[in-house]
Ligand binder design. Structure first.
Ligand code: GDP
Ligand code: MG
Length: 179
């Protein structure tokens, strides 16, 4: 089942420079596709990919067009309203990006109060240990308060990026199955 259902739309949100596009490019070069042509790119910002999670195929459309400078603009509204799930990214080397992630979590809740939208708080750049400004404990505590999952990743080291995508698909399926 599920093979013919529409793709899951997963949106990357977060401050500029936290590594959203680096994460998206790992997704675009998905390990289980035969060649990179399999990822259909629509103007670089949207990538559709079929991945296998827990032995079942899932088609995911990853959207990387968040513009953190377009405060309250229509493109921001569209991003926030059209996702099935969100990867809320900050950099562990940048406390202000962590605060922005909290604000985004609040906007998501305001725009979609009735939905139990899957969200993962992603602390990227965990390879930069000496420049860390946000501890793992703080990240995890923030996720607990905001009722979402938490993971630290390094797009540069390709560490934990796939577990983040798999985690969001697992949450989407749980939500679908309990509907
Ligand atoms: P975006 O603005 O959120 O899309 O961020 P980018 O993906 O463009 O990344 C901003 C900068 O951070 C680039 O120079 C990336 O090479 C770098 N970067 C992204 N992810 C990582 C990471 O996990 N570790 C390190 N050390 N650098 C990263
Ligand atoms: Mg980018």
């Amino acid at each position: 089942t599920g093979g013919s259902s529409r793709p899951f739309r997963v949106v990357l949100l977060g401050a500029r420079g936290v590594g959203k596009s680096a994460i998206a490019s790992i997704f675009a070069g998905a390990a289980d596709s035969m060649d990179s042509d399999e990822c259909e790119l629509y103007g670089d910002e949207v990538c559709e990919q079929t991945i296998t999670v827990d032995g079942e195929k899932a088609t995911v459309t990853l959207v990387d067009n968040w513009d953190s400078e377009d405060e309250g603009g229509s493109s921001q509204d569209q991003c926030i309203q059209t996702g099935d799930a969100y990867l809320l990214v900050y950099s562990i080397t940048d406390r202000s990006s962590f605060l922005q992630a909290s604000e985004l979590r609040i906007s998501l809740r305001q725009h979609r109060p009735a939905h139990h939208t899957p969200i993962i708080l992603v602390g990227n750049k965990c390879d930069l240990v000496r420049r860390r400004e946000v501890s793992v404990t703080e990240g995890r505590a923030c996720a607990a308060v905001f009722d979402c999952k938490f993971i630290e990743t390094s797009a540069a080291m390709q560490h934990n990026v796939w577990p983040a995508f798999h985690g969001i698909v697992q949450q989407l399926r749980l939500r679908r199955d309990t509907k």
